[in-house]
Design a protein around this ligand. Structure first.
Ligand code: ZN
Length: 346
C-alpha cells in the first residue's frame, strides 16, 4: 500500500511530496495514521540543508516529528494502547539498555535516536512509532494541541527546571518555545516575566499568547532599565535562554541575582564568549536542557492544559499537507508561531 510523504530526497536544499510504501512495523511498534503535524525549526534546518543537517540526515528519508494521530495497527504486547487510540509521541527513541534508561532517566540516554532525524518521521499519512514512545491523548484537550506537544514539552522542561513560584524570570528569545515558556511561568505562579527578542512581530505574538508578559526589544532598550521600570532591585531569580544568541546570554548574565539559576535551551555557537567571573562571583547555576523529561514533562503538560493554561494562540497557521511549502515559508518569515500541516482531510 502506498501513501503520501514529505521527504528529503537528496543531499541538497528542499523537500518533496512523494508516494512511498506505508511503513511495515516491527515488534514493539505501532502504525499511526497521522491527523495533524507541526513544523519544527529542526525541519526548517533540514529543508535548508544547513551544516547540522548535512552532518546528521541520511536522505532519502521522511522527516517530521511533531504530530497527533490514530493507532491503526499494533505489534507487541501492550495493555496501555489499542487500535483506535488517538496518540502523540515522544520524538526521542532511547536504547532501554544503558545505565540512565535502566534507572528510568530516559531523557539522559546517550544513544537517543530522533524520529524524523535518525529514522523515518511523521510528515506522512502513516508512520511507525515505538509503542514505548506513544502518549495517549486526553479527550478534554483539543486534539490539534497534541501536534505541538513536542515543542511545548521543550518549553515546559526548561521553564519548570527550577522553582518558579514568586520568582522574577527573564526569558531571552521569543520564538514559539520562548513564548510558550512565558505562558507556563505565568500559569505556575512566577512574579515578573520579562521576554526579550529583536523582532517586534514575535513580541506582539507573545502578548497575544500571554498578555501579562513584559516584552522588550533589545535593539531599543537595556534589560537593566526594564528592571528599574518594574521596580526590581536585585536581578532575575531565573533565566531561560531560548535565543541561542551570545549577546542575549551575556545580557542575561549581567541581570541575574546572586545565586540565580539559568536553564539553557537555545543552541549557542561554538565561539560564544562569556564573562566567566560574572558567573563565578555571582554563584550562577547554568543548566543545559535537551528534549523533554520522558514522561514526567508529558504528564505536567497535560496537567497544565487541564488546569487552565491556554497556549492555543501560538498556532498561527494551518495548511493542507499538499501546501507544505507555504507552511515552511511562514516558518522562514521569522514572524510565525507554530504551523500545523493537516493530514486528516483524506
Ligand atoms: Zn539508553
Amino acid at each position: 500500500m502506498k501513501m503520501d510523504a514529505i521527504i528529503k530526497p537528496a543531499a541538497q536544499p528542499g523537500l518533496e511530496l512523494v508516494r512511498k510504501e506505508v511503513p511495515v512495523i516491527n515488534d514493539g511498534e505501532a502504525l499511526v495514521k497521522v491527523h495533524y503535524s507541526a513544523i519544527c525549526g529542526t525541519d526548517v534546518h533540514i529543508y535548508d540543508w544547513n551544516q547540522w543537517a548535512q552532518d546528521t540526515i541520511k536522505p532519502p528519508m521522511t522527516i517530521g516529528h511533531e504530530f497527533v494521530g490514530e493507532i491503526v495497527e499494533l505489534k507487541g504486547n501492550t495493555s496501555a494502547f489499542k487500535v483506535g487510540d488517538i496518540v502523540s509521541a515522544e520524538g526521542h527513541v532511547v536504547c532501554g539498555k544503558c545505565r540512565n534508561c535502566r534507572a528510568g532517566r530516559r531523557h539522559l540516554c546517550p544513544n537517543t535516536k530522533g524520529i524524523g532525524v535518525n529514522r523515518d518521521g511523521i510528515f506522512a499519512e502513516y508512520a511507525s512509532i515505538p509503542i514505548n514512545n506513544l502518549w495517549l491523548t486526553d479527550k478534554d484537550i483539543p486534539e490539534k494541541m497534541y501536534a505541538i506537544f513536542d515543542p511545548y514539552g521543550n518549553a515546559t522542561h526548561t521553564a519548570l527546571k527550577f522553582p518558579m513560584i514568586g520568582e522574577d524570570v527573564l526569558i531571552t528569545g521569543a520564538g514559539p518555545i520562548g513564548i510558550m515558556a512565558a505562558a507556563i511561568c505565568r500559569h505556575v505562579g512566577a512574579k515578573n516575566i520579562v521576554l526579550t527578542d529583536i523582532s517586534d512581530a514575535r513580541l506582539e505574538l507573545a502578548k497575544k499568547v500571554c498578555p501579562s508578559v513584559i516584552t522588550v526589544n533589545t535593539l531599543n532598550k537595556r534589560i537593566k532599565d526594564v528592571q528599574k521600570e518594574i521596580g526590581m532591585t536585585e536581578g532575575f531569580d531565573v533565566g531561560l535562554e531560548m535565543s541561542g544568541s551570545g549577546i542575549a546570554f551575556n545580557e542575561m548574565l549581567d541581570n541575574m541575582i546572586m545565586g540565580g539559576k539559568i536553564a539553557m535551551l537555545g543552541l549557542q555557537s561554538s565561539d560564544t564568549k562569556i564573562n566567566w567571573n560574572n558567573m563565578i562571583f555571582n554563584m550562577i547555576t547554568l543548566q543545559g536542557i535537551y528534549g523533554r523529561e520522558v514522561f514526567e514533562t508529558w504528564h505536567k503538560m497535560t496537567a497544565m492544559l487541564k488546569s487552565g493554561l491556554d497556549i492555543s494562540k501560538i498556532i498561527t497557521g494551518e495548511y493542507d499537507y499538499h501546501d507544505f511549502e507555504k507552511g515552511f515559508a511562514d516558518m522562514k518569515s521569522g514572524k510565525s508561531g507554530k504551523i500545523i500541516l493537516d493530514w486528516a482531510k483524506n
